[in-house]
Design a protein around this ligand. Structure first.
Ligand SMILES: *Cc1c(COP(=O)(O)O)cnc(C)c1O
Length: 453
């Protein structure tokens, strides 16, 4: 270990509280220091090169080292580094970005509210849908229904809406007025049901809960088109259509959390396109600027905007950096690059299908792999103790972390969520890089198997 690395680790250990980390355990071994990145690769401070199979945290969609994005930021900083969008002002970057986002969002989601993170966008959705019902004269319609094992960010509202048990245990009491229903995780929870039966059953759980709490008390249902942080849970094909029908039947707003699925990840601009739903409101963040600067947005459909605009009052909500001009300039350039390079089409018709079929070809028969799901450039792999009859690993062995550590050692960033391994590489990944990713993955799955036998 170089002195340079040790110095940074030491300072980090003394002063830096890490997110989602047991900081004392981390400090005992020292954080991995990441120093530079290019394309789909990152390098640590020891010069070790790793293929980033996660695009950072599902966000560096256009890859690292894009000079166009750096130039857009530099140029904007010199003309207008900051101005707010409160108090009857705007600027070209926020206005143009709102228009660009509206050009790619599904359905009638044509009005854009800016935030700085996915969590803030989720808070915005929560406040906005409740405000919508208040404006409609039904302030009692304030219950929001979400799902177990959902991830909607880490602010108080995001953690409350999400369905992660560990997060619910800390920082309570949670935000009231939230209900959770079962997740559509067929491989893990489908029992003897066919995928289709299970899709219906999970959608029916929404209807049951609506009837239980009273349809006239429910504001909104929210879900990720594909659950990301929960382990890449792809719902049965009939699930979202049924959810849409139930929301329509009871006049409940449908919100899609597109923070991961948005911006090409599933082979369409948004996951809502992939599943054929028409949400009333969506959140987006990660792919919006490819992670180069923090920016997020909520796209709002006409049902909500019509009500807001007919109502003679301010919406008392916003962030100092809503529509930040430098972040907006980078996001604009990011979308321009995505369009110029036909990246969504590349994911839908070229690299996405290649990645998905090679992944199944190379790992589908591996003794540890029970099931592979995914579409476009997102995938989840269930690691099991026994394939048939299906047997999951017990709590005595953290198979995901064992596998993840082998990946790190061998130059591949792959994330573990419990016993599920997840992949979400940059959208610009080439065929040769997919091959390299899978060569490494096969090696690491073999090493994982060896570690436990
Ligand atoms: C990451 C994520 C969030 C939170 O975004 P932050 O930028 O980390 O606040 C919300 N929803 C989903 C689906 C996410 O994946």
């Amino acid at each position: 270990m170089s002195k340079h690395t040790q110095d940074i680790q030491h300072i980090d250990a003394q002063h830096h509280l890490h997110p989602f980390t047991n900081t004392s355990a981390l400090n005992a071994k020292g954080a991995r220091i990441i120093e530079k990145a290019q394309g789909v690769y990152i390098w640590d401070s020891e010069g070790k090169k790793m293929l980033d199979g996660m695009a950072g945290l599902w966000c560096v969609n256009m890859g690292y080292g894009r000079k166009e994005l750096a130039d857009a930021a530099y140029k904007q900083m010199q003309t207008l580094p900051y101005y707010n969008t409160f108090f009857q002002t705007s600027h070209e970057q926020a206005a143009l970005l709102a228009k660009e986002i509206a050009s790619v969002t599904p359905h009638d989601l044509n009005h854009i509210f800016f935030a700085n993170s996915g969590s803030e966008a989720i808070d915005t959705i929560m406040r906005l849908v409740r405000h919508y019902w208040a404006v409609k004269g039904k302030p009692y319609r304030n219950i929001i229904i979400a799902r177990d094992n959902a991830y909607h960010g880490s602010t108080l509202a995001g953690a409350s809406l999400g369905g992660m048990g560990g997060m619910h245990k800390q920082g309570a009491p949670l935000v009231p007025g939230i209900e959770h229903i079962r997740q559509p995780y067929w491989y893990g929870e489908g029992g003897d049901m066919s995928e289709e039966e299970f899709g219906l059953a999970c959608a029916k759980a929404l209807e049951d809960r609506i009837l239980e709490v009273g349809p006239d008390n429910v504001a909104c249902f929210i879900g990720e088109p594909i659950q990301g942080a929960g382990g890449v849970i792809v719902p049965p094909a009939n699930y979202w259509g049924e959810i849409q029908k139930i929301c329509d039947k009871y006049d409940i707003l449908l919100a899609a959390d597109e923070v991961i699925c948005g911006f090409g990840r599933t082979g369409n601009w948004f996951g809502s396109d992939t599943f054929g739903i028409k949400p009333d409101i969506i959140s987006m963040a990660k792919g919006l600027s490819s992670g180069y600067l923090p920016i997020a947005a909520v796209a709002v459909g006409s049902r909500i905007t019509d009500a807001l605009m007919a109502h003679d009052d301010d919406f008392h909500h916003g962030y100092t950096y809503s529509g930040h001009p430098v972040s907006a300039a980078v996001a604009l350039e990011n979308i321009r690059l995505m369009k110029q390079e036909n990246i969504v089409d590349y994911v839908a018709n070229d690299i996405g299908p290649y990645f998905q079929s090679e992944l199944r070809k190379r790992l589908g028969d591996h003794p540890l792999v029970g099931n592979i799901v995914g579409t476009g450039l997102i995938a989840g792999i269930a690691l099991v103790k026994n394939k048939a009859p299906k047997e999951f690993f017990g709590d005595d062995i953290n198979i995901g972390l064992i596998c993840r550590d082998h990946c790190f050692e061998n130059g591949l960033i792959m994330r573990a969520t419990g016993s599920r391994m997840v992949l979400s590489p940059p959208l610009i990944i080439s065929h040769a890089e997919v091959d390299e990713l899978l060569d490494k993955a096969v090696l690491c799955f073999d090493l994982t198997l060896k570690s436990i036998s």
